[in-house]
Design a protein around this ligand. Structure first.
Ligand code: GRF
Length: 212
């Protein structure tokens, strides 16, 4: 990747999402990868790709605000155009979120606004939902509730277990997240209030890619 568009990726775990961003060879530069846990595979993936890494352990901080303040300071050293949450398992304080207004995105494994929070695949199966998927959205201070840019939608199969469904959703996440990031890097997407503009036109709703 060699571009002036700078991305900082935050993660907490295995980093398959990060890997998909690295492998997509986007018109962007991943300036740093930051984890709130030491020793996670996501950091190893970043190092293998020659990306600077940091582990900032949230357990060393008395409050969420203290952690978020240091995290913000660390991120801002890289002057990112975009901060990408890629399996970052922390709720972020509103000061942090507001600081990155329009520049902070997340991918959540459900068809938002349905199934906010955790254990989405299990809950989707338990509810007998015919459809499931994943959503790329801007982050606002309300959990999993920011404006949605892009979704992947796929059927839940009668043979699906939580594990198989998660794998099928992840495979699509690894397509839509790099796609959304490339739109942002190309300057095609802007946030104004709670409205997303694509190529200068207000979006009526998210772009939905069906994998039926
Ligand atoms: C993804 O499924 C994403 O939707 C969610 O966290 C998961 C991260 O997976 N936010 P990985 O750690 O990148 O493999």
């Amino acid at each position: 990747m060699n571009s002036d568009y700078r991305i900082v990726v935050l993660l907490s775990g295995s980093g398959t999402t990060l890997q998909s961003i690295i492998d997509a060879n986007l018109p962007a530069n991943i300036s740093a990868v930051i984890s709130n846990k030491v020793g996670v595979i996501g950091l190893t993936r970043a190092k293998s790709a020659g990306i600077p890494t940091h582990a900032l352990e949230h357990t060393n901080y008395p409050t969420r605000e203290d952690f978020d303040r240091d995290l913000k300071e660390l991120i801002d050293q890289y002057k990112p155009d975009l901060v990408v949450l890629a399996g970052f398992m922390r709720i972020l304080s509103s000061d942090f979120v507001n600081h990155y207004y329009g520049k902070l995105i997340n991918i959540h494994p459900s068809l938002l606004p349905k199934y906010k929070g955790t254990k989405t695949h299990q809950r989707v199966i338990d509810q007998g939902e015919p459809l499931h998927g994943s959503s790329v959205h801007f982050v606002t201070s309300e959990l999993d509730s920011g404006p949605i840019l892009l979704q992947a939608r796929l059927p839940v199969l009668s043979s699906d277990s939580t594990g198989s469904l998660e794998l099928r959703v992840k495979a699509k996440e690894h397509i839509i997240y790099p796609t959304a990031i490339s739109w942002l890097a190309e300057g095609r997407i802007h946030l104004d209030g709670n409205d997303i503009y694509m190529d200068g036109k207000k979006m009526a709703g998210p772009v939905v890619i069906d994998y039926m």
